[in-house]
Write a protein that binds this ligand. Structure first.
Ligand code: MTE
Ligand code: MO
Length: 552
């Protein structure tokens, strides 16, 4: 191999290693924290550090394309550094790897100094550059094997003369090549020269890495920009006003106890449960909902049609069936949407139907009893708004279902695109095929928020407080007991409605020592929580929530 060829291949190795590093960061950024992509962060840092005259010059020269030009400059810089790393690693190892490491550190600083950065943002860049170093070292080693391999075959090999004639590195018109000798040489492994083997090993690995990096990197970028586009579309939406607005929250609905669960959960704090590795990115203007199956008339509606229907607002507490006793897989929000029963009525379900299998864009399904969805007294919504904003992407943008009284896994389909009217004996939903129940009414339950378990409090009056829920039935009574003693009634805040949780507080006269506090709720149907512990599968946990506190 010529010195020139070695240099060219070493440079290619550097570029491929850089591509592998960037592809890994893009993939991890997509999964962990989309904004943590180092290319963007380095660009953003450059903007922050650039003196004003340079910014003005960039804008004057490139106008609105200034950011694109900046990214191109960053890209070019990366390419140059990659070539340098490739060359150094071949001639003066491990200085190429060190170069990649130093560039990685700079990128890491750029990422972590972004205003919104969290510790998690370090992971994609750190892992990506480790991948870059590994690829650089491996490919350089392979290149070395090829470069040092003798072009001539080992003397002992009988097929030697033929093999040397077929050596591809010499080209088809190299002296000594005979057309008749070439074919058998290719099929016989023993006839390959060491240089041949080395070349194939190197090129095979190089190609595989380059193709892998291109597929992963470009794929991740494409998904990330689709998400960014859906996010922009979402942010641009102005929600229509509700035809039936929710009444403002009455004074008595929220208790003033430090540490109690806020009556309404801010969107950013709302628990998230779904099977989506990547949040579906749906452009609202492209969204369609089809009502299919056992109906007289299949129908299809789009976003504009839905948003133009009379909308109503209601507070509904969502609850995950996987919520353990004392768990926090629950949230209460003000939802804006159109009643599902009106949309179903347009399609006219057939008498034999008893279930609606709702399907999300990514194929997840939930089975909801038809009579719950058509109940005139229960406001099951096709929701487009959450706490006064369009649905956040991770909570189902552009449209999700919200059904008071049922666990999320059988009702709260996010990114919903189809309502298939069917029968429980004909269709099974996603979790019902995995050992969970087909139906999931929420179980009456209660939780102690304060004092926290294993905390210490002073003696005297201590506010024991929390929430209780029995969605669409309503909470009637909450009681607290200390150290297994008699149950004493807690004071209930006013209910927003029977569809939401209710705050409660109990004034406890705490005496020194270690104490066990427990809570139980009774719903308006007269059902009182039982002490027996029941696991979350298949249809929701049961048992008293208790905390142990130390009174000093
Ligand atoms: N498309 C889709 N919708 C879904 C799920 C899902 O996995 N995919 N999970 C459900 C479950 S189990 C729950 S508890 C709620 C949670 O809604 P949230 O993430 O908005 O809190 O969404 C429901 N809707
Ligand atoms: Mo759930």
């Amino acid at each position: 191999m010529t010195a020139r060829a070695r240099t060219v291949w070493a440079a290619v190795v550097g570029i491929v290693a850089a591509a592998a590093a960037l592809a890994s960061t893009e993939l991890l950024a997509l999964l962990l924290a989309p904004a943590s992509s180092p290319v963007l962060a380095v660009g953003a840092l450059a903007i922050d550090l650039a003196p004003p005259w340079l910014k003005d010059l960039m804008i004057a020269l490139f106008g609105i394309n200034d950011k694109l030009v900046l990214l191109l400059i960053v890209g070019l810089l990366v390419a140059v550094l990659a070539v340098i790393a490739g060359l150094l690693e071949r001639r003066r190892p491990p200085w190429g790897a060190v170069t990649v490491g130093v560039v990685g550190m700079v990128a890491l600083v750029a990422v972590l100094t972004r205003a919104e950065a969290t510790g998690l943002w370090a992971v994609p860049t750190a892992v990506g550059f480790v991948v870059g170093v590994l690829v650089l070292r491996l490919l350089t080693a392979r290149l070395q094997v090829w470069a040092e391999a003798p072009a001539a075959p080992p003397v002992a090999t009988t097929a030697a003369p033929v093999a040397s004639a077929s050596g591809r590195s010499q080209g088809p018109f190299a002296p000594g090549v005979t057309a008749t000798a070439a074919p058998p040489a290719r099929t016989s492994p023993a006839s390959r020269t060491p240089a041949d083997v080395g070349r194939r090993g190197f090129l095979g690995m190089l190609t595989a890495t380059a193709v892998g990096a291109a597929v992963v990197g470009l794929g991740s970028r494409a998904i990330a920009s689709a998400t960014a586009m859906a996010q922009r579309a979402r942010d641009a939406i102005v929600l229509p006003a509700a035809a039936t607005p929710a009444a403002p929250l009455a004074n008595g609905t929220a208790l003033d106890v430090p540490g109690i669960t806020p009556l309404v959960t801010p969107n950013a704090d709302f628990y998230r449960i779904d099977t989506a590795l990547q949040v579906p990115a749906i452009d609202a203007s492209q969204w369609r909902l089809r009502v299919t199956g056992l109906v007289e008339q299949e129908i299809e509606i789009g976003w504009d049609e839905l948003a133009a229907m009379p909308l109503q607002e209601s507070y509904v507490t969502l609850m995950c069936v996987s919520n353990e006793v004392g768990g926090d897989l629950t949230g209460n929000a003000l939802w804006l949407g159109h009643p599902i029963r009106d949309v179903l009525a347009m399609a006219r379900p057939l008498p034999e139907a008893d279930m609606v299998l709702s399907r999300s864009q990514d194929g997840w399904t939930a089975s909801t009893p038809l009579d719950v969805l058509t109940d005139p007294d229960r406001d099951a919504l096709l929701a487009i708004g959450m706490n006064g904003e369009p649905l956040p992407l991770e909570h189902g943008f552009p449209v999700r279902m919200v059904v008071p009284g049922l666990y999320g896994f059988v009702s709260a389909t996010k990114w919903v695109v189809e309502l298939k009217v069917t029968r429980f004996d004909a269709d099974l939903a996603y979790w019902s095929t995995r050992g969970w129940s087909e139906r999931g009414p929420v179980k009456t339950h209660s939780r102690i928020d304060v004092p926290r378990s294993f905390s210490s409090v002073g003696q005297g009056t201590v506010a024991v407080a929390g929430i209780a829920w029995a969605q669409h039935t309503g909470i009637e009574r909450v009681e607290v007991r200390v150290d297994g003693g008699p149950w004493a009634p807690a004071r209930l805040a006013d209910a927003i409605s029977i569809d939401t949780w209710r705050q409660w507080v109990y004034e406890w006269e705490a005496t020194p020592g270690s104490h066990m506090l427990e809570v139980r709720a009774t719903d308006t149907a007269g059902m009182t929580q039982r002490s027996q512990q029941v696991p979350v599968a298949p249809d929701g946990a049961e048992g008293y929530h208790g905390v142990v506190v130390q009174v000093a």
